[in-house]
Write a protein that binds this ligand. Sequence first.
Ligand code: ADP
Ligand code: MG
Length: 231
Amino acid sequence: MLKINNLHAYYGKSHVLHGVDFEVQPGEIVALLGRNGSGRSTTAKAIMGLVDWEGDIEWKTQRLDGKKAFEIAHLGLGYVPESRDVFPNLTVHQNLLLGQKGRGKGSRWTFDDMYAMFPRLKERQHTEAGVMSGGEQQMLTLCRTLMGDPDLIIIDEPTEGLAPKIVELVGEYLKKIKERGVSVLLIEQKLTIAMRISDRALVMGHGAIVFDGTPQSLNSNQHIRKEWLEV
Ligand SMILES: Nc1ncnc2c1ncn2[C@@H]1O[C@H](COP(=O)(O)OP(=O)(O)O)[C@@H](O)[C@H]1O
Ligand SMILES: [Mg+2]
């Protein structure tokens, strides 16, 4: 459903993606792994129309070149960036409301779903988003994205800086998202949850995909792990 072919991306004159190829099928959790600076976030930004790119990105048979970021989001691609992305002066509830983007009726997700998945957000529904902790703002960013009813979400390093117990929780909610038929492109550096919940693993190195296979085959591929993942 998402098909990426020979993707190149640039920050000004700096050429950082060098022919990225991969696909995400409906209902799949695909982990995009790699060290810092390997080009994972840039890949996400290219898909979402947030960086200059060349090549082919196809989403449900539509080509995404020339489309603006808001148009891409309206086509059912959800993006949870590394930096939290909440409206600090609005309450939790108001943030979720804005996430609906007119897709309230017939959406897979309701406010109650979000509050059931994240009781902490329910407790804080009338609190201004800006005063919450980093972790809570991250949850809210994810929930706001889900309220737009995407068919695929791209989530960039959701476990960064979280305690191991919370990392487990992240794995659980990503599985719940998949159970509702939403595909997930999970950007991570560590193998921990990626290996447990993904259907497929991609490894990036120097702006290209250097491995594409099952988590089990990655686990047994010491060469790839040593060369491109372990620090
Ligand atoms: N805004 C930017 N301007 C210039 N170079 C950037 C910018 N963001 C990232 N880069 C460079 O692009 C490369 C890929 O970065 P990035 O996609 O953020 O990697 P990752 O997410 O895998 O850590 C790195 O060399 C990084 O320094
Ligand atoms: Mg990154």
